[in-house]
Design a protein. Structure first.
Length: 363
């Protein structure tokens, strides 16, 4: 029998998402159900979900979700956390024991605010301070993995099929205005708890179907700016690229999409003068952040979602609507599992982002 990493497996992976433009809350039941028709797109080596708006009572605090291999690692993490943050609440993340989910680590969450005296002394803005803390924990404390670090949102992931992972984390007990989901079929990287999707930094999360052939070039570039790719998967780098472009460089989501799924030069030449100048600028300034290879991704963020295919559209992705809800998935069947009577069903063109935002004041 060949072990993990000794054989290549045809790429599958399943992605799914739903968002209410009115900010209406939904439990995790529908997003879990959407993964059932796509069961064969994953192989039990990773499943996960991201949910937005689930912690309204702690909405002004960072919600850290952390895996630990043992209690000594947990103690070291908590020591370093309390040196840098005021911890308002910490607890085990509720789970449901299931035979399908094994080798479960210690899983805890912490609601915390940065110590402003430390932030001021380091002369950092709050988000950069938190991002650096995430990188520090994930590179310096062996056996600790801080995998969710945004406000009023959370990532829930494990080794297993996604429909089992959703039940394991009791996601039917949470209510959020936006949900994303992923079923993993790893091709080049290990199946382990940290490698399951979504990947996140602050409130930015990514689920991805595909294979990034530009990973090394992308990784080398992004690590020059303090990011550390430690999780043995190509999807991690997309998360950091989006954080870098949008949060640190101030690009819009449309502009960031034009960097990672940049149009061909021939396409740029066919555009109007002003648009061609903008696209040419982005390609010339960020050439090492062009993501090549087949991909479909859903980017979650506070107040919205972005769906994006590679510029050749080498992976399937479908979008549909009903009333205030917008659905995204690898397959139409998954969308109809969530809502049978959707309309305006279409497949986005390669390289053209679909951006959905919750109306102001609704989240």
């Amino acid at each position: 029998m060949k072990l993990e990493g000794q054989a290549r497996i045809p790429s599958g992976c399943a992605i799914s998402a739903v968002i209410s433009k009115d900010g209406r809350k939904m439990t995790g039941e529908k997003i879990i159900e959407s993964m059932v028709p796509m069961h064969d797109r994953s192989n039990g080596l990773g499943g996960g979900f991201a949910a937005y708006g689930i912690y309204p009572e702690y909405k002004d605090l960072y919600a850290f979700h952390v895996f630990f291999t043992d209690s000594a690692v947990r103690a070291e993490f908590e020591k370093q956390l309390r040196e840098r943050f005021e911890v308002v609440k910490d607890e085990y993340i509720p789970i449901r024991k299931m035979p399908q989910i094994t080798d479960v680590p210690i899983i805890r969450r912490y609601f915390a605010a940065p110590l402003q005296s430390v932030v001021s002394r380091l002369q950092l803005d709050e988000k950069e301070y938190v991002a650096r803390f995430v990188m520090h924990i994930n590179t310096k404390i062996e056996g600790a993995y801080l995998f969710s670090s945004g406000k009023n949102m959370g990532i829930f992931k494990a080794v297993g099929f996604p429909e089992d992972v959703g039940k394991f984390y009791r996601l039917e007990e949470y209510e959020g205005y936006s949900w994303t989901a992923h079923g993993r079929y790893p091709t080049n990287t290990p199946g382990w708890w940290g490698g399951a999707h979504p990947f996140g930094l602050l409130d930015c999360t990514v689920v991805h179907n595909g294979e990034i052939s530009s990973y090394d070039a992308n990784r080398r570039y992004i690590e020059m700016f303090g990011y550390k790719c430690t999780l043995q998967t190509d999807t991690e780098v997309i998360t950091y690229i989006m954080d870098y472009l949008v949060r640190r460089q101030g690009l819009s989501l449309n502009e960031a999409a034009s960097v990672i799924a940049a149009p061909f030069w021939s396409t740029i030449a066919s555009k109007g003068e002003e648009e061609a100048r903008e696209l040419k600028y982005l390609r010339q300034v960020y050439p090492s952040l062009l993501v090549t290879g087949p991909f479909s991704i859903v980017l979650g963020f506070s107040g919205g979602l972005m769906a994006l295919n590679d510029r050749l559209k080498l992976r399937s992705m479908v979008v549909a609507e009903k009333d205030d809800l917008v659905f995204v998935s690898s397959e139409e069947a998954a969308i109809r599992k969530m809502e049978p009577d959707v309309y305006n069903i279409y497949a986005p063109a390669g390289g053209e982002p679909v951006i959905i935002r919750v109306k102001d004041g609704a989240f």
